[in-house]
Unconditional design. Sequence first.
Lengths: 114, 114
Amino acid sequence: DSGVTQTPKHLITATGQRVTLRCSPRSGDLSVYWYQQSLDQGLQFLIQYYNGEERAKGNILERFSAQQFPDLHSELNLSSLELGDSALYFCASSVGGSGTDTQYFGPGTRLTVL
Amino acid sequence: GDSVTQMEGPVTLSEEAFLTINCTYTATGYPSLFWYVQYPGEGLQLLLKATKADDKGSNKGFEATYRKETTSFHLEKGSVQVSDSAVYFCALGSAGAGSYQLTFGKGTKLSVIP
């Protein structure tokens, strides 16, 4: 158990819908990262927050957004969903915000768009 | 930009065989290097890490040495078990300005047969 929690574990929805994925980091970690894992693209970095502020953006679509709240949990919002958005979405956390810090991953949310 | 190349799988080995999964990287500066493991239906777990040249990371019988001269971080285990069957990801965390995320290889699926 990494100490990072994600809910829900599975999510099935239809095209055009909007969903929210939730992540709670390990106690004491200030940084939260979101990654998408798909069969064709592998593991892709989406976005990072550090202590409530957006720090880095990767290959995140404009239809996707995220935020980190004062209690440091984070939410990833996916809207106008398309079939190609079906993937595993992982949240990771680290103590600091450096790229060399160890990131601990949650169990993931499997999103299926029908 | 940063990149990680690891040997494509799948790799099938008999129990007690020797394992090597090759990983090479491209990065500026002095990155940290990681191996993560993903068991079926689960999230990514940190297996081992190394933060500077010639460091050896080790855990659960797995080892990898940070070789700056060959830009490599190959994963080895002397005697694999059925329980080692999983997907293994090599990753790089850069210390460069503006670089905060992990860059992953495509993953290598290992199957160990009794």
